[in-house]
Write a protein that binds this ligand. Structure first.
Ligand SMILES: [Mg+2]
Length: 205
């Protein structure tokens, strides 16, 4: 078996957990719309997809949210609510640190937006320690679209079995498998760490 040379990490539910209901409650408290409706409007909505595909700016995204929810504040207040939904996943952040110590190049590969990334850069020091970042909104495509996987292969300078990719979502994982990458569909840190060791990126003990 050909073993991987680099590790490519999804961000949400792999390195940081997130909960849009936190943002929805805080935005709703400053708007004319109930939290459930606010959450439906931002979480996995066509609007968020457009934003995370880079088809709209944060200002345009904010204006649409404000129009629909009746949000009373300005963009700075909205941005603070919208992005403050993340919590660290310590075992996986430590796995990443161990890979760095072992000299393994590491990369972020995420469907995301500039508000979330600005927040994560500020609040999560581990985020600075990757070789490079493939972020959906900078490339006009989202996982599982092949375009974004091609960007990963270009940025890492690797392909096929040279890449190990960790992602929690089945459709994203399958798109990696289809390109011949090693893929861990992440659910349980212990299982993922054991698999990384099996693949030779970290010592077994
Ligand atoms: Mg994820």
């Amino acid at each position: 078996m050909n073993l991987p040379e680099v590790a490519v990490f999804d961000l949400g539910k792999v390195l940081v957990d997130f909960d849009y209901s936190i943002a929805a409650r805080r935005i709703a408290a400053r708007s004319t719309t109930p939290p459930g409706d606010v959450q439906r409007f931002i979480d996995h909505s066509p609007l968020l997809v457009r934003y995370e595909t880079g088809l709209m700016t944060r200002e345009q995204f904010f204006r649409e949210i404000r129009q629909t929810t009746g949000f009373l504040g300005e963009i700075e207040e909205f941005a603070a609510f919208f992005a403050d939904i993340f919590s660290p996943m310590p075992e996986m952040i430590e796995l990443h640190a161990a890979l760095r110590r072992a000299g393994v190049p590491t990369f972020i590969f995420s469907n995301t937006n500039d508000l979330a990334i600005a927040h994560i850069r500020r609040d999560f020091p581990f985020f600075a320690n990757f070789d490079d970042y493939v972020l959906s909104y900078e490339h006009g495509a989202m996982k599982p679209h092949a375009t974004l996987y091609e960007v990963v292969e270009r940025v890492t300078g690797r392909k096929g079995t040279q890449i190990l990719y960790l992602d929690d979502r089945v459709e994203n994982a399958e798109a990696g498998v289809a390109r011949g990458w090693h893929v861990i569909q992440h659910h349980d840190p212990k299982a993922s760490i054991a698999r990384v060791k099996e693949l030779g990126l970290l010592p077994k003990n």
